[in-house]
Design a protein around this ligand. Sequence first.
Ligand SMILES: [Fe+2]
Length: 175
Amino acid sequence: MNHAIAELLSPLTESRRAHSIAVGRRMESIAAFLPAELRADAVTAAYLHDVGYGHPDLGFHPIDGARLLQSLDYSDVVCHLVAFHTAAEVEAGVRGLDASLFDEFRLTDVAGLDAADDFLWWADLSTGPSGEEFTVDERLAEILRRYEPGSVVHTAITQAEPRLRAAVQRASGSM
Ligand SMILES: [Fe+2]
């Protein structure tokens, strides 16, 4: 983890920072299975996937994070991975946010990008809220416990579960 990343993560709560660092390390351990030109960006995005929590603007952390990183000249791939991480589009829908928020971060024609998305979702979903190593089942159960039924995150995770599990399945199959 470089100095710029540590600096960007500094406003996060201690546990979110520990989670972020663990997700970054997990990505480092599997990045070799991605196309070489995506590896560094996948690792950077993994460390910074939740950076938006520390730099709120819209109040929706995947887009806040992606916009922040875009303003700091991080690559389009990094911004894309952060914007779309872990079924962010589903949560945006539950929040009633406009789907067009994602448009500027959509990328086509980047070979291996879908796999990089899957790997980030896998890394996030196999890491507990303070950086613990979790199974996906433990992680989903933990999120559903931490956020009340009827809350945005609880509803979003429930709706997104098939997509989350499919991504994890694809990622595990290609490691
Ligand atoms: Fe997140």
